[in-house]
Design a protein around this ligand. Structure first.
Ligand code: CTP
Length: 405
């Protein structure tokens, strides 16, 4: 990642302490970081802390006698390649949405041509307020990038959405944003639906059948597609424990049936369907309505399983206009099995990995794949040597963009 001038704007909120760690992480990633703060931010964290961490003077005043022409806000506005407001209070959001500028931060935002990312943080009731949501929608229309808040326990004791995401997550989203700005927009105007993670098939109210899929490959692909300019909908298993990538719409599902229903709905207006999910091939025929109990005379339990729908095959038949991409994991005769699935599921492309190699695949950060294409494209297979799932995802997006040509 090339070094950028990042201007971190801190507004008033209890989560302002996280901004100190964010500043450190951005510097660690090689960026130049300068900080500006609103008067109320200074009530929560001192400018001195940020000055010590960044090694730069922290800006708090609109009128700055030290600045070359006494107009610190214009200099800062021009210096920044990117402005990140974290935390962004409801008050600052309201001012920005209405073009008000009564302090340094709001003046700089009005004066800059740099992109602005904004991480709202506030009490859950304030976050749910229609006025706040309306202001955010307005800012999004004006080109601001909104980082979704986390949900959970809040400093005030309430539970709900409105927490500032952890600094690592913010830093990751900023990196992703900068990557998007530097990536060829080969999927611009396209809508991509991606399935990811494991499905979960209930046995009774407390138990289920599932598998080890973590969703990493699907999430890496979602990021790569967003970076290439696509609108992305992720249909992900409920067990996936990864932050939703910037700009991705996520639908959470449990069972294979739920995954199919969600995909049928979102694929109607999509262009590309990528199935990375590890869908359970079978589900329990009669899910017990009460918890199954062990009894003294019961040494075993027999579950009757029935076949699940094939999400990928159903989508490729229901929506033949879609470019469809499948994944396969094989232990032997990789090429034949992969090509068999390509034809059987009526796919444009299939990416297959050899799961006999334990250093790749489920849960690992690396992968190695071979990609095969439908015969009408007249393309040779592509070998992707072992690399990070992020880089595999970028190569797969290149393959997809090549098919679109
Ligand atoms: N898939 C799906 N729905 C299913 C099963 C699989 O959408 N019910 C998708 C997967 O997301 C993946 C591809 O189909 O893209 C994998 O094909 P599949 O034939 O199921 O692979 P395996 O499960 O490895 O099949 P087999 O056990 O026959 O090797």
């Amino acid at each position: 990642m090339t070094s950028k001038n990042i201007l971190l704007a801190i507004t008033g909120g209890i989560s302002a302490y996280k901004s100190a760690i964010l500043a450190r992480l951005l510097i660690k990633n090689g960026h130049q970081v300068r900080v500006m703060m609103t008067p109320s931010a200074c009530e929560f964290i001192t400018p001195l802390t940020l000055q010590a961490l960044t090694g730069n003077e922290v800006h708090t005043d609109l009128l700055d006698a030290q600045a070359e022409k006494g107009m610190g806000h214009i200099e800062l506005a021009k210096w920044a390649d990117l402005i990140v407001i974290a935390p962004a209070s409801a008050n600052t959001i309201g001012k920005l949405a209405n073009g008000l500028a009564d302090n340094l931060v709001t003046n700089v935002i009005l004066a800059t041509t740099a992109p602005v990312m904004l991480a709202p943080a506030m009490n859950q009731a304030m976050w749910g307020n229609a006025i706040v949501q309306d202001n955010l929608a307005k800012l999004a229309r004006f080109g601001f990038t909104i980082i979704a808040p986390d949900s959970g326990e809040q400093a005030c004791g309430d539970v709900g959405a409105g927490r500032l995401p952890e600094p690592e997550t913010l830093c990751e989203q900023i990196s992703q944003f900068l990557t998007i700005k530097n990536t060829a927009q080969t999927l611009a105007g396209k809508t991509v639906v991606i399935t990811a993670g494991a499905t979960l098939e209930p046995i009774d109210p407390v138990r289920y059948l599932s598998n080890h899929s973590t969703g990493k490959m699907g999430y890496a692909l979602a990021k790569a597609c967003v970076s290439a300019g696509a609108k992305v909908v992720l249909v992900a298993g409920v067990k996936v424990n990864l932050p939703t990538p910037l700009g991705v719409e996520k639908r959470t599902i449990g069972t294979a049936d739920e995954m199919l229903q969600a995909c049928l709905q979102v694929c109607e207006k999509a262009d590309i369907f990528i199935a990375t999910a590890a869908v359970a091939d079978f589900k329990v025929a009669n899910i017990a309505t009460q918890k199954l109990k062990k009894t003294a005379d019961n040494d075993g339990l027999t579950l009757h399983l029935v076949k699940n729908p094939d999400v990928l095959a159903t989508i490729s038949t229901t929506y033949p206009h879609l470019l469809t991409v499948g994944f396969a994991a094989e232990t032997q005769d990789v090429e034949n099995y992969a090509k068999g699935k390509l034809i059987a599921k009526n796919l444009d492309m299939i990416a297959v990995n050899d799961v006999s190699d334990k250093t790749i695949g489920f849960g690992s950060d690396d992968n190695a794949m071979t990609v095969f294409f439908a015969s009408e494209y007249g393309l040779d297979k592509v070998n992707l040597a072992k690399m990070s799932k992020g880089n595999i995802a970028k190569s797969l997006v290149e393959c997809i963009a090549n098919l679109l040509k």
